[in-house]
Design a protein around this ligand. Structure first.
Ligand SMILES: *Cc1c(COP(=O)(O)O)cnc(C)c1O
Length: 219
């Protein structure tokens, strides 16, 4: 199957309320252009420098999502154009995004990344971090960020029950948060291996890489 076939397949099979983020990290511009020519405009990258370079080289109506862990000193490079930052997991990072948003006179949409997996290698906030953040004066004072929803990654396991339980947990945190922040609408969960379960558990945004572009080579 070509990239074009894969994009068309996903567009056909995903429900209308689920946004597809085509994860193009490590892939060349030609691969992104093939997906673009098939009508897809939303791409996800996990390294700021790589995303900035692709943004500069590729059509300007592409929406770029930062899905990886972000270092504060890199926010300034993407503040001008990034459509959505998925991996916000600290107040310090959020404050830097707010500051850079202000410089560029824009409001930058962000997702808070929650830690739902069993592995402790995956980044993210827990429920108490989230509560503390929402109550802080610093949070309330920010005007150049918008919390658009939550993001999470399930444990990397064949155990479907566990993955389902973790996604259901994230969905319940999302519903709770909606009481406090009624404008949130995005629940980013699900990748190539687990997006079907994620959608069944309430995902509104899936991040699909290898099932569209093929396996990645890391050098
Ligand atoms: C790489 C990556 C994906 C896509 O993974 P695939 O298994 O290739 O679909 C999704 N989300 C994040 C945060 C990633 O880093």
């Amino acid at each position: 199957m070509s990239i074009t076939d894969n994009i068309l397949k996903f567009k056909n099979k995903l429900p209308d309320h689920v946004t597809l983020v085509a994860v193009s990290k490590t892939k060349p511009n030609e691969a992104i252009l093939e997906a673009y020519q098939a009508g897809h405009k939303v791409f996800g990258e996990n390294k700021v420098q790589e995303m900035v370079k692709k943004w500069a080289d590729l059509p300007k109506d592409i929406e770029w999502h930062m899905i990886g862990h972000v270092q504060r000193n890199k926010v300034k490079y993407m503040a001008e154009f990034v459509t959505l930052i998925h991996g916000v997991d600290s107040l310090r990072l959020l404050k830097e995004i707010d500051k850079q948003g202000k410089k560029h006179n824009r409001i930058i949409p962000c997702l808070l990344q929650m830690h739902i997996a069993e592995e402790d290698t995956k980044f993210g906030l827990d429920n108490s971090d989230l509560g503390t953040m929402l109550q802080s004066e610093d949070f309330k004072a920010m005007e150049n960020i918008k919390i658009a929803g939550l993001m999470g990654m399930a444990t990397f396991t064949q155990n479907e029950k566990q993955v389902r339980k973790e996604f259901a947990h994230l969905k319940s945190i999302f519903e709770n948060l909606k009481q406090k922040l009624p404008d949130i609408s995005i629940l980013s969960m699900g990748m190539s291996g687990d997006y079907q379960i994620a959608i069944e558990e309430g995902s509104t945004m899936v991040r699909i890489g290898s099932s569209i572009f093929g396996a990645r080579n890391y050098s």
